[in-house]
Design a protein around this ligand. Structure first.
Ligand SMILES: Nc1ncnc2c1ncn2[C@@H]1O[C@H](COP(=O)(O)OP(=O)(O)OP(=O)(O)O)[C@@H](O)[C@H]1O
Length: 275
């Protein structure tokens, strides 16, 4: 096997190879054009090495932060099998379409949202599709959705480093990613996997957010480290990326999600991030 193919590429095609973006030997461009009615200035991906760390919450918090600053924002919910963005914003309608493409649904704070749940007749129907089909739908959220003029499009990725993040990194012009994690031992390895994936695909890592860092005792104000001591500062220093925030478990945030009113939520634990 020739040297240039020794990192997992096949001679026929770079498609599906995690090294395709950075491979010196064969530079194929898999980018797909956005819908002709989309003018999107920045695409920010939100990723996590594992599930349930609060990635959707961070995606929506970043979107809220930019919305509060007066930017037009959209959220592309690429978490096809576990979509949570529409419900957080109280959006339950079915997305409409025309011959030219699909319209995103508009939340109360004017955030534009596209999610598989906005296309299903019954939002409780599970999506039981194979990886390539799921990745194809995510690509269509880019090519077929008429996003209009958007300053920041946030992409809520599914957890892990599978088909969908790979497709998004290869097909969309992602300007940077934010990694979300929690303070557990295992996390060090998991953060590095997410970080290394982004690096291999030549996507800048904007920083890391640690969620579930502590709970504040309502009586004495003491910070209780439910998941143990955080190592995020060391990991971030080692990888030379900033820590963008450490979020406690906060009932107010959970309530905003459960009340489906995230369009009024503020997340004081995230720094004023330059995106
Ligand atoms: N800091 C927090 N305080 C209170 N509730 C939180 C916090 N972070 C997340 N939650 C709640 O935990 C649940 C899981 O969060 P979220 O859906 O954002 O995780 P996720 O990483 O996107 O999950 P998945 O990996 O399944 O896509 C949600 O109900 C969310 O509201």
């Amino acid at each position: 096997m020739a040297d240039e193919y020794s990192n997992g590429c096949s001679e026929e095609s770079c498609a599906g190879c995690a090294h395709a973006g950075s491979c010196e030997s064969k530079k194929e461009d898999f980018r797909v054009p956005a819908n002709k009615y989309s003018q999107i200035k920045k695409v920010i991906g939100v990723i996590s090495g594992k599930g349930g760390v609060g990635k959707s919450l961070v995606t929506a918090s970043l979107a809220r932060m930019m919305r509060e600053k007066g930017y037009t924002v959209g959220i592309l919910d690429a978490d096809i099998t576990g979509p949570s963005i529409p419900k957080m914003y109280g959006v339950h309608e079915t997305a409409k379409g025309s011959d030219e493409g699909m319209f995103p649904c508009i939340a109360k704070d004017e955030t534009r949202i596209m999610s598989v749940n906005l296309l299903l007749e019954d939002e409780d129907t599970p999506v039981i599709w194979r990886g390539p089909v799921i990745a194809g739908v995510v690509t269509q959220f880019w090519t077929d959705v008429m996003w209009g003029d958007i300053d920041y499009l946030f992409v809520d990725m599914p957890p892990g480093t599978g088909d969908v993040p790979l497709t998004v990194f290869q097909s969309l012009p992602v300007d940077g990613v934010v990694i979300v994690t929690s303070p557990q031992d295992l996390v060090q390895m998991i953060v590095k996997k997410a970080y290394n994936m982004a690096k291999q695909m030549n996507i800048p890592v904007l920083g890391v957010v640690e969620n579930y860092s502590y709970v504040k005792c309502p009586d004495c104000g003491k910070e209780i480290k439910v998941f143990g001591e955080s190592h995020i500062d060391e990991i971030a220093a080692e990888l030379n990326m900033p820590v963008l925030g450490k979020m406690p478990i906060d009932m107010k945030i959970a309530e905003a999600v459960d009340a489906e009113k995230f369009y009024e939520a503020e997340n004081p634990y995230l720094q004023d991030i330059k995106l």
